[in-house]
Design a protein around this ligand. Structure first.
Ligand SMILES: O=C(O)[C@@H](O)C(=O)CO
Ligand SMILES: [Mg+2]
Length: 247
C-alpha cells in the first residue's frame, strides 16, 4: 500500500517544508494538509519539488466553526474560502480541495451546501472537490455525518468532480460496517483516510482491524495513497512502526 502523511497531525512540531521532508524520509509517497495557509505556497511547492512527493489536498478554512459551506447567509464567505483553497491547491500542484460544511442542520443548510459545492466544481472543473462526514463526538453539530448523507449530497450536486473523503476513523464511529460502506461508496470515493478507533492514533491499535480494512481496499482495486490522519502519541517518527507492516 502507498501512504500519504496528513501534515495537519503528523510532524506538527516543525515548519511545513520540513514536515514534507520528514514524510519523504519516512517513506510516504504523498502528503496532505489541513490549513496550510500561513506557509507561502511557493515554500510548500519547493519542498514538494525537492522530495518528489505528491500533494493530495487542502481544506477550506474553518471560519467561526468547522467550515462555512452549509451555512445559509454565508455564501460569499464560503465561496471566497473555496476560491482561496483552490488557488492554494493549484499553486502547490494539488488536485483536491476538501470543502468543509460547518455546524448547521436542516433543509436550508443542505441546499446551501449543494449550491456551494456546485460553485466549487464549476470554478475548478479540473479539481476533485471532497466532502467528508465527521463523527458526532469530535465535531458535534457538523452538517455532514454519514456516508449515506454524503452520497445523497454528491448525487444532487450532479458534478463529476465532487467526491467523498472516506475517513475510516469517522465512519467506523458513525455506524461501522466499514467493509460494506467501502464497497457501496467506492464509485464516489475521492480519497481514503485512516486512524485507530477510538483513540485516533496509529492504525495498529484499537477496535478496527486495518489488516482487514487495507486488504479490502486493495481488493477493491484502490491504488491511490491512503491518508495517515492520526494524532501521534509521541514523536511522529516513533509512531511509524505500522508502515513496514502494511507497505
Ligand atoms: O478528519 C478530519 O478531521 C479531517 O480530514 C479534516 O479535514 C477536518 O478536520
Ligand atoms: Mg479526515
Amino acid at each position: 500500500m502507498k501512504f500519504s502523511a496528513n501534515l495537519g497531525f503528523l510532524w506538527t512540531d516543525r515548519p511545513l517544508p520540513d514536515a514534507i521532508r520528514a514524510a519523504h524520509a519516512a517513506g510516504f509517497v504523498a502528503v496532505e494538509f489541513h490549513w496550510p495557509y500561513d506557509t507561502p505556497a511557493e515554500d510548500v511547492r519547493a519542498a514538494l519539488d525537492e522530495t518528489g512527493l505528491t500533494a493530495l489536498g487542502v481544506n477550506t478554512i474553518r471560519g467561526e466553526g468547522n467550515g462555512l459551506s452549509a451555512l445559509p447567509g454565508h455564501e460569499a464567505e464560503a465561496q471566497a474560502a473555496i476560491q482561496q483553497a483552490i488557488a492554494y491547491a493549484r499553486a502547490i500542484g494539488s488536485g483536491a480541495v476538501h470543502v468543509m460544511a460547518g455546524f448547521a442542520e436542516g433543509l436550508q443548510a443542505d441546499a446551501t451546501f449543494v449550491e456551494n459545492l456546485r460553485f466549487a466544481c464549476d470554478h475548478a472543473p479540473e479539481m476533485t472537490i471532497l466532502i467528508e462526514p465527521l463523527n458526532h463526538h469530535d465535531a458535534p453539530g457538523y452538517f455532514l455525518t454519514t456516508s449515506a448523507q454524503a452520497r445523497d449530497v454528491i448525487e444532487r450536486v450532479d458534478r463529476a468532480g465532487v467526491k467523498l473523503m472516506f475517513d475510516c476513523y469517522h465512519l467506523q464511529i458513525m455506524g461501522g460496517d466499514l467493509t460494506r460502506q467501502l464497497r457501496d461508496c467506492l464509485p464516489v470515493i475521492g480519497h481514503i483516510q485512516f486512524a485507530s478507533v477510538p483513540e485516533r492514533g496509529a492504525p495498529d491499535a484499537g477496535e478496527l482491524s486495518y489488516d482487514h480494512v487495507f486488504a479490502e481496499i486493495a481488493r477493491l482495486g484502490w491504488e491511490m495513497p491512503l491518508g495517515a490522519e492520526y494524532k501521534p502519541d509521541s514523536d511522529t517518527d516513533a509512531t511509524l512502526g505500522w508502515m513496514a507492516r502494511y507497505r
